[in-house]
Design a protein around this ligand. Sequence first.
Ligand code: HEC
Length: 116
Amino acid sequence: MRLRGLIAVLGLVLLAACSHAASQTPPRRDLVGEGRALVEVYCISCHAIGETGESRLAEAPPFRTLSERYPITALEEAFAEGVLVGHPAMPEFRLEPDQIDALVAYLESIQPRRGG
Ligand code: HEC
């Protein structure tokens, strides 16, 4: 009797430990989604952020055209170094490495596919 109770308790403890361990692994990040949320807050007032549409500020290039000028991965470095934060009419942005990852993932996701 007692043993059985003990085993049941042990089982519960193990179960709890396992689900605890599972909840400790961070959920996979939705980088593209995070990036989209970022540009919707910080960039949409000037740039076209999607796969279609015009920029609200004519001089601001639509994001989907950025890869015509640079590889998107080059932007990652530029954002990290703050090179892009100074362009005319664009407010200063200080992006965290986390945010840059998300931003770059999003920008990559909207570039037109090339080749095949
Ligand atoms: C207040 C308006 C404004 C906002 C907000 C803005 N931009 Fe810009 N952005 C511009 C303008 C204008 C240009 C074109 C200026 C130029 O080519 O020098 C530009 C150009 C760019 C370029 C191309 C730079 C180059 O050297 O060709 C990138 C990349 C860019 N913006 C990214 C962003 C990102 C990312 C955000 C949001 C975090 C953002 N911008 C928010 C106005 C803005």
